[in-house]
Design a protein around this ligand. Structure first.
Ligand SMILES: Cc1ncc(COP(=O)(O)O)c(C=O)c1O
Length: 479
């Protein structure tokens, strides 16, 4: 990869805000109303307190933060967002923000193309993955009001919650120990129940697993059943499934490729698209579903007969800045496998392989399930091979590592069922229904270079917490 400079947020922010300020001036000077003033001393105090309180965050920007799906936006997104935010367009209607509405249409088309959906697909940005999935499930219900929804037990909890909101009945589908929908269970469900839509996940929240989308879609089609793919987390990894993408061991490219056959897809630019929160996206293969959104608004849609995004979304006000930031980011870092966003995602996927290899090489940690994307699960080996011992050891390692005053490492904890754990690790005895393991989301490309040393530190911490040498440790291993 050629060396290109990393842009700094400072320089871009300055340029962006200055430009907008100059543009504002072109409309004529006027005095701000005195009621908007703030006492300088009070403002100073407020900002001191505010900035101080922000230090209560975990260091999401740093490689040592390898916990949840969290990282700061790219500086390009930050500056582009700030520029538009200063104007504060609302992408509900073209009247609220013509340029950012147009940008939204362009980025939605780019996302559809990356996912392999036809260019006639209908879509828009949303506040996040929850609303994107809600819209997909709502359209599913409108199309088949009397049918049920089939959802894997490892899908994000939002599907259960939103089905409650929509009063849609859910039929749960079993998953295998690695968190992927079980095809036999899906087949049985399709035989036994009147299913309208099946929800598949491309990148589960827990294990980063990818449902067998390539096999499930033909099965669903054979039953005349629609498919919604929740690619909120994993959608951008489809770049690595394109022809020119590098091969990465254990990466399920064929499953990502099959997303192109889905009826609807949710994808979150605020996860792997380098955006600040408030940027999800829903796409529908059949633009005719736009009819379900039809509504009359006496307040809006005046300036043009062109499509106003509010006419095809459930949310009303939405930040035009979110569209502007994504547009700028995708122009600077395009959706291509070997340039732009592709190498960032590839580094994350490779980081997960490096992390897993380092865990395998350690004497105090074991892999729980091999990674498919960039989420890794691992556990401390224990003196006693029981789920209780594992649960306590995981919790202690998690707490100790993040509270180390000199060199903290932030991971997260994930609870797996006794069935999944004993299937992955037969030497473990199930003395409880579920147990915690450690989980790391390696969604920063810098994790690739830091993975091995972070695991070494965690292994050292696990050793310091372990019983004295000579005792028998559970070394069952790595899957
Ligand atoms: C697979 C999946 N779907 C849906 C969601 C919900 O998305 P959001 O938090 O953007 O509302 C998440 C969040 O982690 C997710 O991982």
């Amino acid at each position: 990869m050629p060396e290109t400079p990393n842009p700094t947020a400072d320089a871009l922010l300055h340029r962006a805000l200055q430009h907008v300020e100059d543009w504002e001036q072109t409309w004529g000077a006027f005095d701000r109303h005195p009621s908007l003033g703030v006492d300088p001393a009070r403002l100073d105090d407020v900002f001191d307190e505010y900035l101080g309180r922000l230090e209560g965050n975990y260091p999401f920007h740093h490689p040592r933060y390898a916990g949840q799906m969290l990282k700061p936006p790219h500086p390009v997104a930050l500056a582009a967002y700030a520029a538009a935010q200063r104007i504060n367009p609302n992408n509900h209607a073209l009247d609220g923000g013509p340029p950012t509405s147009q940008m939204e249409k362009e980025v939605v088309a780019d996302l559809a193309a990356m996912l392999g959906l036809p260019d006639t697909s209908l879509g828009h940005l949303t506040g996040g993955g929850t609303v994107a999935n809600l819209e997909a499930l709502w359209v599913a219900r409108e199309l088949h009001p009397d049918k049920r929804l089939a959802v894997a037990e490892t899908a994000h909890y939002t599907h259960g919650r939103m089905s409650d909101v929509l009063n849609t009945e859910v039929v749960p589908v079993s998953a295998d120990a690695r968190g992927r929908m079980d095809l036999h269970s899906l087949d049985r469900t399709l035989e036994q129940h009147d299913i309208g839509t099946v929800v598949l996940t491309a990148g589960t929240t827990g294990l980063g697993a990818v449902d067998p989308i390539d096999e499930a879609i033909p099965l669903c089609k054979a039953h005349g059943v629609r498919v919604h793919v929740d690619a909120a987390y994993g959608g951008f990894f489809r770049l690595l499934a394109l022809d020119e993408a590098p091969d990465i061991e254990g990466f399920p490219a064929e499953r990502f490729r099959a997303i192109e056959e889905a009826d609807s897809v949710a994808i979150d630019p605020h996860k792997h698209g380098l955006q600040p929160y408030g940027c999800g996206c829903i796409l529908f293969r059949d633009p005719a579903v736009g009819r379900f959104y039809q509504h009359d608004s006496p307040y809006t849609y005046f300036t043009s007969d062109d499509l106003h995004l509010g006419e095809i979304s459930l949310e009303c006000s939405r930040a035009g800045a979110a569209a502007g930031a994504l547009w700028c980011t995708l122009k600077a870092l395009p959706l291509t496998p070997n340039d732009g966003l592709g190498p960032i995602l590839a580094a994350c996927v490779r980081a997960a392989r490096t992390w897993t290899d380092a865990v395998k090489a350690s004497d105090t940690l074991a892999v729980v399930a091999p990674p498919e994307t960039d989420i890794v699960t691992y556990r401390p080996t224990t003196d006693e091979p029981t789920l209780s011992a594992l649960h306590d050891a995981s919790q202690t390692l998690f707490d100790t590592a993040m509270n180390d005053p000199d060199d903290p490492i932030f991971t997260s904890v994930y609870r797996l069922s006794a069935d999944a754990l004993t299937s992955l690790h037969p030497s473990l005895t199930a003395d409880r229904d579920e147990a915690a393991v450690l989980r790391s989301v390696l969604m920063k490309p810098e994790h690739e270079t830091h993975a091995a040393s972070l695991v070494d530190r965690l292994a050292d911490t696990a050793r310091s917490l372990a019983p004295p040498p000579g005792s028998v440790r559970d070394r069952d291993g790595a899957a």
